[in-house]
Design a protein around this ligand. Structure first.
Ligand SMILES: Nc1ncnc2c1ncn2[C@@H]1O[C@H](COP(=O)(O)OP(=O)(O)O)[C@@H](O)[C@H]1O
Ligand SMILES: [Mg+2]
Length: 252
C-alpha cells in the first residue's frame, strides 16, 4: 500500500507521516518512507541523525529511465534504497526525492520523475507500506506523481485557508483514477474545530478518518529536533496517529 500525505504548508504532513511510518514499522510492516519534498525534513522527523541526513542526496537521475509509459527505475527499489537511502529508527527505510543544490538550477522534473518511478515500482510490492511525504504545492497532483499512491491523506488544520487548500487538492485528486482521498484533521483544539471540519467534509463529500489534537508535546519535540515518538510516545498525538493507522487498515 502506498499512502501519500498532502496538505497546506505547516498542516503537519511530515509530523504525521513520520510518526505513522515508525508506528507501522513497530507493528511489523516493511516500511519505505519517501521524502517527496524538495526542501526535505522527513529524516529529522523520523529521527535520522543530522550528519547522516546531511549525506542523503536524493535519487540520482541516472537511477531513472524515462519512457513513454512513464518513468521507471533502472534497478530494483531495494538496490536504490541500499545505494541512496538510509535506515531510520524502527527499521523504516528512507529515500529522498532530492532538491536543488544551487540557485538558478531550473525545474525539478527529474526529481519528480524519480518519485514517480519509485512509487510505480513499489506498486509491485503490495506487502511494503510506502509512506510519501509530499510538498505543500499541488505539483505532485498536476504532474500526476500522486497517481501512484493508493491513498492520499489530506492533512487539514481547522481553519479556513487550510480547508480551502484541502478542497483544491481534493478536486485535483478526484481526477486520479486509482487514488482514494481521505482527510485527517490535525491540531484540533476544541469541539468547534471538530465541528467546522466535519461540516466542511460533509459539504464536499470528503471522508475524515481521524483527528489529531493540538499538542504542546509536538511543538516541544520539534523545537529540539527530536521525533515526537521518542519524546512523548504515550501522549495524545501519538495515540491519535495510532488510531489513524488502524483506520487505514494497517495491522495492529
Ligand atoms: N498536532 C500538533 N500539535 C501541535 N503542533 C503540531 C502538530 N502537528 C504538527 N505541529 C507543528 O506544526 C509545524 C508544521 O508541521 P510539519 O509536520 O512540518 O508540517 P508540514 O509537513 O505539513 O509542512 C511544526 O512546527 C510541528 O511541530
Ligand atoms: Mg513537511
Amino acid at each position: 500500500m502506498r499512502i501519500a500525505f498532502a496538505g497546506k504548508g505547516g498542516a503537519g504532513k511530515t509530523t504525521l507521516a513520520a510518526t505513522l511510518a515508525r508506528l507501522a514499522a513497530r507493528r511489523g510492516s516493511a516500511v519505505v518512507a519517501i521524502d517527496a519534498d524538495s526542501n526535505p525534513n522527513l529524516a529529522a522527523a523520523l529521527g535520522v541523525g543530522p550528519s547522516i541526513a546531511a549525506g542523503l542526496s536524493g535519487i540520482p537521475s541516472t537511477a531513472v529511465s524515462r519512457k513513454l509509459t512513464g518513468p521507471c527505475l533502472t534497478a530494483s527499489v531495494d538496490d536504490v534504497l541500499a545505494a541512496h537511502g538510509t535506515v531510520a529508527p524502527d527499521g523504516v527505510r528512507l529515500l529522498l526525492m532530492g532538491g536543488p543544490a544551487h540557485a538558478g538550477e531550473g525545474c525539478l522534473c527529474s526529481a519528480h520523475a524519480a518519485v514517480s518511478a519509485v512509487l510505480a515500482d513499489l506498486g509491485e510490492s503490495p506487502d511494503t507500506l510506502a509512506i510519501i511525504d509530499l510538498e505543500a504545492s499541488p505539483e505532485h497532483l498536476s504532474r500526476g506523481t500522486a497517481r501512484f499512491a493508493d491513498l492520499l491523506v489530506l492533512v487539514t488544520e481547522p481553519y479556513y485557508r487550510s480547508l480551502e487548500a484541502t478542497r483544491r487538492l481534493a478536486d485535483l485528486s478526484a481526477e486520479l483514477p486509482s487514488t482514494r482521498s481521505v482527510v485527517v484533521v490535525n491540531k484540533v483544539r476544541s469541539a468547534a474545530d471538530s465541528e467546522a471540519v466535519a461540516e466542511f467534509c460533509h459539504r464536499h463529500r470528503l471522508t475524515s478518518i481521524g483527528e489529531v489534537p493540538f499538542s504542546d508535546a509536538v511543538v516541544d519535540a520539534d523545537r529540539v529536533g527530536r521525533p515526537l515518538l521518542d519524546t512523548d510516545g504515550n501522549g495524545s498525538a501519538v495515540a491519535a496517529v495510532a488510531g489513524v493507522l488502524q483506520s487505514l487498515g494497517v495491522p495492529a
